[in-house]
Design a protein around this ligand. Structure first.
Ligand SMILES: Cc1cc2nc3c(=O)[nH]c(=O)nc-3n(C[C@H](O)[C@H](O)[C@H](O)COP(=O)(O)O)c2cc1C
Length: 382
């Protein structure tokens, strides 16, 4: 007799198998366009042309879709994670504001999808707590031959082709060139205050170190090329000049999307915009936890599970950001970051100071901030 299978073990084991992400759409018998996200879409047969997906028996979304005569499987692109999250919610209204056009049989083809496959229901069969839906393909096309959205270990990602040579990121190279043009000023700043200075560029969702002037060679400063995911409250400086959609995407990267957390991060961003810098107070215990989570993430090929641990450790730093600068007080700071003015064709860049001496006076902190702002502004003139 086979042993009883533990639900957590089942999910954990099967979660190690990656899937694509598709939205099954239809116009219901009430004439309302609707959809559901599935990771279970697959090709079944060429002759006759059949595909399948597996909705949960109790899926209310599928119950509505089932009333239609045709459905369309839309394969999502890697830049459609927000759309995926919207449609994966329960309830009414999740299809509002979704851009689409009707396919030949009338089922919605989503704007921006990689490909679509329009089908009629061939067979719906029960399989435990799920249904096996076989669809007969009537029409299909590749809309946008781009990277698909992938789902793995409960997190989203995208395919990165293997290569002997790491593909150079053009934005990263441009940012590194710009950083080189201010190397002398950054070195001077580092020498003047005996601190570490680095230039960061925001490449997609990471802050990448493109120039590092480290005073304490053995001091554990992150090396050149070090990447850190820009997750709130980290990276507020990069958001200072960002368009609302980018700010929204940043806010959504927090581990919990509650109004309280959003408000906390929005308030931090307002403060950074106001003063033109971001301060991080040194709290060794929390910073060490963050550093360890980040190291595990990097060493694990950036697995989604580890990414969640980084998000959690990052959000715990929220209280350490931007303490008020009160005359007469002493400050233990881990870092100060200011935004560098760059041109639109360059990624957003920032200048960071770390390795700061403890118990600094307000005047000292202000002189560090002034120094950073002076060098950052120099970029505009460079
Ligand atoms: C990446 C991803 C893949 C999913 N795959 C499936 C699936 O294959 N079958 C399914 O029933 N639900 C799947 N879901 C859950 C549904 O999209 C949706 O959240 C759920 O159906 C909502 O409940 P409702 O159908 O009762 O409205 C998936 C969700 C995500 C985010």
């Amino acid at each position: 007799m086979s042993r009883p299978i533990d639900a957590t073990l089942f999910r954990e084991t099967l979660g190690h198998y990656p899937t694509g992400v598709a939205v099954v759409t239809a116009v219901t018998d009430e004439g309302i366009p609707d959809g559901m996200v599935v990771g279970t879409f697959s090709s079944v047969s060429l002759d006759p042309p059949l595909v399948a997906f597996y909705p949960a028996c109790d899926s209310r979304s599928f119950a509505r879709l089932r009333s239609a005569s045709a459905f369309c499987v839309n394969v999502l692109a890697s830049d459609q994670e927000p759309l995926c999250r919207q449609i994966a919610t329960r309830g009414e209204g999740k299809f509002d504001r979704v851009g689409w056009r009707p396919g030949p049989l009338g089922a919605p083809i989503l704007n921006g999808a990689v490909s679509w496959i329009e089908c009629t229901f061939e067979e719906v069969r029960e399989a435990g707590d799920h249904l096996i839906v076989l669809g007969r393909v009537h029409d299909l096309a590749v809309e946008r031959s781009t990277l698909p959205l992938l789902f793995f270990q409960g997190g989203y990602g995208r395919f990165s082709p293997g290569s002997f040579v790491a593909a150079p990121d053009p934005e990263l190279i441009q940012a590194a060139h710009l950083a080189e043009t201010i190397r002398a000023q950054v070195e001077e700043l580092s020498a003047e205050f005996s601190v570490n200075c680095s230039v960061l560029a925001r490449i997609r969702d990471d802050a990448v170190q493109v120039l590092a002037i480290n005073r304490d060679a053995a001091g554990g400063s992150p090396p050149l090329g070090h990447r850190q995911p820009v997750i709130p409250p980290m990276g507020a400086v990069f958001m200072a000049d960002a368009v609302p959609a980018a700010v929204d995407a940043w806010l959504r990267r927090a581990p919990d999307d509650s109004k309280e957390t959003r408000d906390l991060h929005s308030a931090l961003l307002d403060r950074v915009r106001e003063c033109g810098y971001s301060l991080l107070a040194a709290e060794p215990h929390l910073l060490e936890r963050h550093r360890a989570a980040l190291a595990a993430f990097e060493q694990s090929d950036r697995l989604p599970r580890q990414e969640r641990a980084v998000r959690q450790a990052t959000v715990e730093l929220a209280g350490l950001f931007c303490p008020d600068l009160v005359p007469g007080q002493k400050y233990d700071l881990a870092s100060i970051v200011v935004l560098m003015p760059t041109t639109p064709e360059l990624p957003p860049m920032a200048l960071r100071m770390t390795g700061l001496p403890p118990s600094a006076s307000t005047a000292e902190v202000e002189s560090w901030i002034d120094g950073l702002k002076r060098v950052a502004q120099g970029v505009a003139a460079a």
